[in-house]
Design a protein around this ligand. Structure first.
Ligand SMILES: Cc1cc2nc3c(=O)[nH]c(=O)nc-3n(C[C@H](O)[C@H](O)[C@H](O)COP(=O)(O)OP(=O)(O)OC[C@H]3O[C@@H](n4cnc5c(N)ncnc54)[C@H](O)[C@@H]3O)c2cc1C
Length: 421
């Protein structure tokens, strides 16, 4: 556990350049970059660090590159396990492709690493502090928090600053009241894709199943799809996107996840893991695919970053890379928009405009590709056809599968099909 670097009452007595809500990859990366840029930063989270998070724990090549530019490479830091093979299973078909450039690291290792680096960079850290609402006027942002930890349970406080950055992930329940732009039309709200799938996840003991390290299994079933990977400490991470109706029909998240894994991994019985899944603590998310406003208005000092700004179902395993990239883009816009050493997010449409434009440039193509894949994986027979084509032609696999899993192929020669085995 990473202890707080200051007390809530001390935090309430300081006027912050930036208050960052949420210490996942997006929030911590923003805190590191703004602190290194000379801003006085408070990073807070409603939980302790580490904390559980539903995630496939695969770092795309983009995420690995962002991470290296942010924290460098130190032998004393937790090291991602290189990702060398992806197996895609659908309706009894199997395609395998060698990958390069990606890795896997548990969220219990990655997230605290980033929080520690934010503290090293000069940010203050306040865990167990839940933000309820955030109010913006022409002078400052006021962030109202509830203190979750003993002995202060139930106590609330108001924090003040120039900027509030919501890095609250899919949860993003923070209410915003903006008086900075009273003449602006009412703010657009979170837009949820109708019938978006729900995330389910569990971490299993090392002996739960037979899965070599460095191999990612992506398996598509009727009610959703699931990724399985062995983490750096030997545990097996299971993360799925599933129809909400399947959870209702099964009667519990654990049963729905076990049913999906049994269906999707029928071609690999060693991965069915049913008894372990039924005994596991299975966590669920909100519906996954959504878009929310990046900025609470042109004159506002309230910004969103990472999953809080938008997310698309996780088949391609790129969310952490997007979170780290959006943090870099936002920090560049804010630091570039400083005058007299102070951030001028508020009242400066140029900062908001730069963030929106750079975000669209960075993500429009990726998001369109991922939306297309999210639609395709709703048709397991279509995926099974693509998997069979990939298994028959290593050249097709080498072109198709990296597009699908958001990584780089190690080349056609490295692709093996079921027929080769
Ligand atoms: C099933 C599934 C599989 C996935 N697999 C992968 C994968 O393999 N690879 C990949 O790159 N991505 C994957 N992702 C996506 C990835 O998990 C996210 O994109 C990533 O965690 C986003 O980081 P973030 O910092 O925006 O949000 P988060 O990591 O969710 O962090 C948000 C933080 O905000 C805190 N918070 C929320 N509300 C408040 C509040 N009101 N007050 C204070 N704190 C608050 C939370 O406690 C949390 O710590 C997957 C997601 C799912 C659901």
């Amino acid at each position: 556990m990473i202890p707080a670097t200051l007390t809530p009452s001390t935090a309430a007595g300081i006027h912050w350049d930036a208050i960052i809500v949420g210490a996942g990859p997006a929030g911590s990366a923003t805190a590191i970059r703004l602190s290194r840029g000379g801003l006085r930063v408070l990073l807070l989270d409603r939980g302790m660090m580490p904390r559980p998070k539903v995630c496939g724990c695969c770092l795309s090549p983009q995420a690995m590159a962002e991470l290296e530019s942010l924290v460098g490479r130190s032998a004393s830091d937790p090291q991602p396990v290189p990702l060398r093979l992806v197996r895609i299973l659908a309706r009894g078909g199997l395609a395998q492709i060698a990958m390069q450039g990606g890795g896997t690291l548990s969220r219990e290792a990655l997230d605290p690493l980033l929080v520690r680096r934010a503290i090293d960079a000069g940010a203050e850290w306040l865990p167990q502090c839940s933000v309820r609402d955030c109010e913006d006027d022409s002078n400052e942002v006021r962030v109202r928090v509830q203190l979750n930890g003993a002995p202060a349970t139930g106590v609330s406080a108001t924090l003040r600053g120039d900027l509030c950055i919501l890095a609250t992930g899919l949860a993003d329940h923070v209410r915003i009241r903006s008086r900075a732009t009273p003449t602006a039309p009412s703010q657009p709200r979170r837009r949820q894709l109708p019938a978006s799938r729900i995330g389910l996840g569990a971490t299993l003991a090392p002996e739960a199943g037979s899965l070599p390290g460095g191999e990612l299994v992506m398996a598509v079933g009727r009610s959703g799809y699931v990724g399985l990977i062995r983490l750096e400490d030997g545990r097996i991470d299971v993360a799925a996107a599933i129809d909400a109706t399947a959870i209702t029909a099964a009667g519990s998240s654990a049963l729905a996840l076990a049913d999906l894994v049994s269906d999707a991994c029928s071609a690999a019985p060693e991965l069915v893991l049913r008894p372990s899944l039924l005994a596991a603590a299975v966590r669920a998310t909100r519906p996954l695919t959504h878009v929310s406003p990046l900025v609470a208005g042109d004159g506002s000092g309230i910004f969103r970053v990472g999953d809080a700004a938008g997310y698309i179902e996780p088949f391609t395993g790129e969310g952490m890379g997007w979170a780290l990239t959006s943090a870099r883009i936002l920090a560049n816009a804010l630091i570039g928009g400083r005058s007299d050493g102070r951030p001028i997010g508020r009242g400066n449409g140029q900062v908001a405009g730069k963030y929106r434009n750079d975000y669209a440039d960075a993500f429009a193509a990726h998001h369109a590709r991922c939306r297309a894949i999210a639609r395709a994986v709703r048709h397991p027979l279509l995926v099974a056809g693509a998997v069979r084509a990939a298994a028959l032609s290593p050249r097709i696999a080498a072109r198709l599968l990296p597009w699908v899993v958001g990584g780089r192929s190690a080349g056609p020669a490295a692709v093996r099909s079921e027929a080769d085995r």
